[in-house]
Design a protein around this ligand. Structure first.
Ligand code: PBG
Length: 330
């Protein structure tokens, strides 16, 4: 009888030995928590398809972010706006008093040290729900660059720390970089949604942000889920145009893309653990089919293992709370 010389189980024998050889850990500094801000006062509309998430008016958003910072130490948020009124091009988002710029100013007044990432896109602000200006039945690339650049400058003026364009127009990073620089925001970083796929996993978000396209879909501008060489070209282009960080979105079905992007470019890489991925966990947990806390930790750890440096996730607050409750370092 021969016995194995190599026994990988030796390093799994106790918690302390497993802790010693663990390769990946999720830290609260890796996480960005998204929020949806809406007009009004004292408004808190639960988002049915995303249990635990709400459309919040600015006053309640400020309270919620205060609570986030105090209870978890997570100090990075991503903002989406639900405007009072929409228009044809998304220009409503470019005004000083548009919903997200207003929210940023209120948040910064109350919590000067938080980091605010501002999503830049038109789909929440257009009557038709597409990410840009429609000409001849499709989103026109170059005229959309103007609204994106104008929206970015307004957000930066209001105090956004990072500008995060999610529209997938060609040339937007260059256009936004130039506009930011011309307006004195040379030091505002751009987090580019570089490899953003035309995905079914955004379903719940479109309820939350009231941004579903009224006709057609986004496949003339977002990427085909079948492609990964193309993702590298998207990322490369954004880096050439001045992106400081790049993103892969969604996350879980695209871990191969996360890994390819990380090993190819060595750039700070963000993974967006999107609404549908969040809601699947919630739905299974509500049915008692999975251990929710365990699954959330496994998902976030796997994304880091795949190569993500930063994770945008609706689980951020509950994850850190559950780790703290268990006495884990996070
Ligand atoms: C805006 C935008 C979307 C998401 C982030 N920014 C929706 C979309 O492209 O339809 C999705 C986020 C999520 O599903 O959590 N373009």
């Amino acid at each position: 009888m021969s016995y194995p010389v190599t026994r990988l189980r030796r390093l799994r024998k106790s918690a302390s030995i497993r802790n010693m050889v663990r390769e990946t850990e999720v830290n609260r500094d890796d996480l960005i928590m998204p929020y949806f801000v809406c007009p009004g006062e004292n408004v808190s509309n639960p988002i049915k398809s995303m249990p635990g998430n709400f459309q919040l008016s600015i006053d309640l958003l400020v309270k919620e972010v205060q609570d986030l910072v105090e209870t978890t130490g997570v100090d990075k948020i991503l903002l989406f706006g639900i405007p009072a009124e929409k228009d044809e091009t998304g220009h409503v988002a470019c005004h000083h008093d548009a919903i997200v710029p207003k929210a940023i100013r209120a948040l910064k007044a109350a919590l000067p040290n938080i980091l605010i990432v501002a999503d830049v896109c038109n789909c929440e602000y257009t009557t038709h729900g597409h990410c840009g200006t429609i000409i001849d039945g499709d989103v026109d690339n170059d005229s959309t660059l103007h609204t994106l650049a104008a929206q970015s400058v307004t957000l930066a003026k209001s105090g956004a720390d990072i500008i995060a364009p999610s529209d997938m127009m060609d040339g937007r990073i260059g256009a936004i970089r130039a506009a930011l620089d011309e307006n004195g925001f040379q030091n505002t970083p751009i987090m580019a949604y570089s490899a953003k796929y035309a995905s079914g996993f955004y379903g719940p978000f479109r309820d939350a942000a009231e941004s579903a396209p009224k006709f057609g879909d986004r496949s003339t501008y977002q990427m085909d889920p079948a492609n990964s060489d193309e993702a590298l070209r998207e990322v490369e282009q954004d880096i050439i145009e001045g992106a400081d960080m790049v993103m892969v979105k969604p996350a879980l079905s695209y871990m191969d893309v996360i890994q390819r992007v990380k090993t190819t470019f060595n750039m700070p890489l963000v993974a967006y653990n999107v609404s549908g991925e969040f809601s699947m966990v919630k739905a299974a947990a509500a049915n008692g089919w999975i251990d929710e806390e365990r699954l959330i930790k496994e998902i976030l750890t796997s994304l880091k293992r795949a190569g993500a440096d930063v994770i945008i996730t609706y689980h951020a607050k509950e994850f850190v709370l559950s780790e703290l409750k268990k006495g884990n370092r996070v």
